[in-house]
Write a protein that binds this ligand. Structure first.
Ligand SMILES: [Zn+2]
Length: 381
């Protein structure tokens, strides 16, 4: 059983991010692990994070939806978790896939406000109403509660509409336009990575500047949420564009293209990129090259460059009329207008994430697939 739990925790880990461009909701991990009514089990269990992530996927009808988890330091030594679970949270903390804070205060709400994300919580957060009046707005706080097919998200206030596409607050946008630097030597969120010549340099995990989490504001000053130290402005942050891969109407994955990092999409791009192979039909696999199209962001313009054998289609404004389809041949590049859709093969598309309001799937893949039956027993009827 331990092996199975480890596999579930690995699946959950793949859905954790503090990248402002990719996170879709914010959670307090110490709250979620105690939702004993979700599975009728131990006082605290990390598997409940998986149940809540699955509920979010169903809520937005999308595959591979990542969450931003804030972890109060006390959870790292919480005796209600198993020693294996504590070890895993510590590893997540070291790897920077979750954000550890000495005290929770209202950090979860702060992240949600700065990034424009919903909070998955059962509290109504009344004590923070003065500072964060938006907690009273419909749909901003969603509670995971037991449901017939697994936990469902219901709005604390309002009807629980699918949250609109996230837009950072004006202050969030200001903070996310800069790279921040923490004076603490071992800061993985806002670190420089330390001495590059150190024998341990390869072992350090430092968040890329373009993916840094939003700083905390203390008395109006950008502050490291983990160390409580004032952050130094280290210059402008590279611009980003969030894109989605959509295959036969289902959004499979979101990814980020930044001014300093173009991304290749294909069947199995060499040297990294977005790998589509697992989602393609045999015919599509034959047609689509290992590396098929290269997306880049230059001077505020998103471009697509064909790097394939068979060429890349562009559908201006998402047009479904084949007469409008433009073919890029090898090495040709085109600027993508706001609603343009890249077509690698019929039904295999890439476009700005905002183009598609829903992920197009009613039952997204569960992170709990490997869970011991005990943990999900409640939902099998
Ligand atoms: Zn720090």
């Amino acid at each position: 059983m331990r092996f199975e739990v480890s596999k579930v925790l690995d699946a959950i880990e793949a859905r954790l991010t503090t990248d402002p461009a990719l996170a879709r909701a914010v959670v307090d991990l110490s709250e979620i692990v105690r939702y004993a009514d979700l599975d009728g089990g131990r006082p605290a269990s990390m598997l409940r994070l998986g149940l809540v992530i699955d509920a979010l996927g169903r809520h937005v009808s999308e595959e591979n939806v990542p969450v931003y988890a804030v972890v109060p330091r006390g959870l790292l030594s919480d005796a209600d978790l198993t020693s294996n679970e504590r070890m895993v949270v510590r590893r997540w903390a070291d790897d920077g896939v979750v954000e550890v804070v000495p005290q929770l205060d209202d950090r979860v709400l702060e992240v949600a406000e700065l990034l424009g994300l919903p909070v998955l919580t059962r509290t109504r957060a009344e004590q923070f109403r003065d500072r964060r009046p938006w907690v009273e707005e419909p749909g901003r706080l969603l509670a995971a509660v037991p449901g017939a097919g697994g936990p469902v998200l219901v709005a604390r206030i309002g009807r629980g509409e699918v949250p609109a596409v996230a837009e950072p607050s004006p202050m969030g946008a200001k903070l996310l336009a800069r790279v921040w630097s923490c004076p603490e030597a071992n800061c993985n969120a806002y670190g420089s990575g330390g001495d590059p010549d150190s024998p341990f340099a390869d072992m350090r995990k430092t968040t890329a500047p373009v993916a840094q989490p939003p700083p905390s504001l203390r008395s109006g000053a950008p502050t490291c949420p983990r160390h409580g130290t004032r952050l130094r402005d280290a210059g402008p942050r590279p611009a980003v564009e969030v894109l989605s891969v959509r295959i036969d109407g289902v959004v499979r994955q979101r990814f980020v293209v930044s001014t300093d990092k173009p991304v290749v999409v294909g069947r199995a791009p060499e040297g990294g990129g977005v790998m589509l192979g697992q989602w393609l039909t045999d015919d599509a696999r034959k047609w689509i090259s290992r590396g098929h199209v290269r997306l880049a962001l230059n001077g505020g313009e998103l471009t697509a460059q064909d790097v394939s054998t068979n060429g890349t289609g562009i559908r201006p404004g998402g047009s479904v009329d084949d007469d409008d389809r433009i073919t890029l041949n090898r090495d040709e590049t085109r600027i993508l207008a706001a609603n343009d859709v890249v077509e690698l093969y019929a039904g295999v598309n890439v476009g700005r994430a905002k183009l598609w309001a829903t992920g197009g799937v009613t039952q997204p893949s569960s992170v709990m697939a490997e869970a011991p039956t005990m943990a999900i027993r409640k939902f099998e009827r």
